[in-house]
Ligand binder design. Structure first.
Ligand SMILES: C[S@@+](CC[C@H](N)C(=O)[O-])C[C@H]1O[C@@H](n2cnc3c(N)ncnc32)[C@H](O)[C@@H]1O
Length: 466
């Protein structure tokens, strides 16, 4: 069962409210309707409720206003702690009611990420030395959970899709010698690294098989996995299965008789492929969300990858170039737009990127020169320095506004991720053979922001080897 946010008891109502929220004009605008880079072209600031923009303009430092917004969606429910001085305290007391309730709605509709307590495995040093602290914590918890599902379902085979360097598959094979593991990844170099790590531990190939294969939902891969399973029931696992890899896994689980259980944590939602004529299998995958015509723009999907509550809190005494860089980026788009400069990808989701060097942030003119050099803008088309300075003059007070617009889009991260998780949950719940589905916040969210694991099992089969 899906653990709904505390104010909900009905999945239908929750799904409806969640899908309605992401379809409101405001959320559509801030999650891609107007990309923050295009904010000056389309005057996105004026698209926000006037009482909100008026209120933000009263903050002495926009970074505090940004942090205040981020705190409002924190699950641990931090107080109004950006306001240690009296002036900020006074501003906080006058937060517009409509903003307060919109922020409360964002929080109330987000699935919980508070880690669900559960046992972990103490990994031996020989495994830990190859992993970073974050990965150690993830593998310690995931191996225990997967092992428990295996024991309760009498499963002896694990298929790890998107196995990467093999931290999960190798740990499972090393810790539980009665398991046979198949590690599949589309990258030959990842599989080579995983194989050599496994060999260094002396894990026999008969217990840990590696396979280089692109995972695309094809029946060719399903046949190979079924051959390897040899009629035994398997658990399909994936740790940070990027983008639509998670969706392919969910479909394999639903359709392949040899897959008896599933445990998958997604990530990199920006790699999700939306449903279209050329990709009928794309997002959303559930009938429940398809019937509501749910769509998420590329910017919204990118937003789903953010974890603003894990960002360092701003130091109002230290200067930061982040806000200025964002403003300059938006000013550049405006200058290009005004001067008819078109770049490949500039009108779509994929925006050209370049690096700035020391000195490029000294003024908008320096920044724009660097950008135009990197992007190969024709000299004849380039705005004159005088014109660039006019932009600097016109938008000198806009850093805070652009920063707030950016923060607003990031603020939707949890509802976007909830939409994706609900879609996956509902797709599985719609399958006849599936018995239980759960969305488990499996890791400490402060360490691993992508911590929602979809765990599912099938109804017992009559003729199987388990
Ligand atoms: C984020 S890494 C996670 C690796 C590993 N599970 C871990 O937690 O350390 C994702 C891995 O999935 C692989 N991958 C992503 N999409 C894939 C696909 N469609 N088919 C095969 N491999 C894929 C990548 O090559 C990469 O190794």
């Amino acid at each position: 069962m899906l653990q709904l946010p505390s104010t909900y008891s009905d999945l239908e109502k929750y799904t409806e409210d969640l899908c309605s929220l992401i379809d409101t004009p405001l959320v559509r605008q801030i999650t891609g309707g107007i990309h923050v880079n295009d904010a000056l072209i389309h005057n996105a600031w004026d698209g926000l409720p006037a009482e909100w923009t008026e209120w933000w303009s009263r903050w002495p430092d926009h970074r505090l206003a940004q942090q205040d917004l981020i705190d409002r969606i924190d699950e641990d429910g931090l107080g109004d702690d950006v306001g240690s001085d009296a002036a900020v305290g006074e501003i906080l007391r006058t937060r517009p009611k409509s903003l307060r309730s919109w922020l409360a709605q964002l929080k109330a509709l987000a699935l919980t990420r508070t880690q669900r307590p559960g046992p972990t495995v103490t990994l031996p040093e020989i495994l830990e030395t190859r992993m970073k602290t974050k990965k150690i914590a993830e593998v310690a918890r995931a191996t225990r959970l997967i092992r428990d599902v295996c024991e309760s379902r009498r499963i002896r085979r694990v298929v790890d899709m998107g196995s990467g360097q093999g931290y999960l598959s190798i740990s499972l094979a090393h810790l539980f010698p009665d398991l046979q593991v198949l590690a599949i990844d589309g990258s030959a170099s990842q599989i080579t690294g995983s194989q050599s790590f496994a060999d260094s531990l002396g894990i026999p190939h008969s217990r840990l098989t590696h396979m280089v294969h692109w995972i695309d939902g094809s029946s060719a891969l399903a046949d190979k996995v079924a051959d390897w399973a040899a009629g035994d029931g398997c658990i399909l696992v994936g740790l940070h299965a990027c983008g639509n890899l998670s969706e392919h896994m969910i479909r394999y689980f639903a359709t392949m008789p040899s897959l008896d259980a599933l445990a998958v944590v997604g990530c990199c939602y920006n790699h999700i492929v939306p449903r279209s004529e050329s990709c009928p299998e794309g997002f959303p995958i559930s009938a429940a969300l398809r019937s509501r015509n749910v769509t998420l723009s590329p910017t919204a999907l990118m937003t789903g990858c953010q974890a603003p509550n894990n960002w360092p809190r701003p130091d109002p005494h230290a200067s930061s170039v982040f806000g200025r860089r964002r403003l300059y980026r938006a000013m550049l788009e405006k200058a290009f737009h005004d001067h008819g400069i078109r770049l490949p990808g500039g009108d779509g989701s994929e925006r050209p990127a370049w690096g700035t060097r020391k000195g490029d942030m000294a003024s908008f003119t320096a920044f724009a020169h660097r950008a135009m050099d990197c992007l190969g803008v024709d000299t004849a088309q380039r705005p004159a320095d005088e014109q660039l300075r006019a932009y600097e003059d016109e938008y000198k007070d806009w850093e805070g506004r652009i920063a707030i617009l950016w923060t607003l889009s990031v603020l939707c991260c949890k509802v976007v991720e909830s939409v994706i998780a609900v879609d996956r949950y509902r797709y599985l719940a719609e399958q006849q053979d599936v018995q239980d589905v759960d969305v488990v916040p499996v890791f400490d969210v402060k360490v691993s922001p992508r911590n929602l694991m979809i765990v599912a099992t099938k109804k017992r089969r009559q003729n199987c080897n388990v």
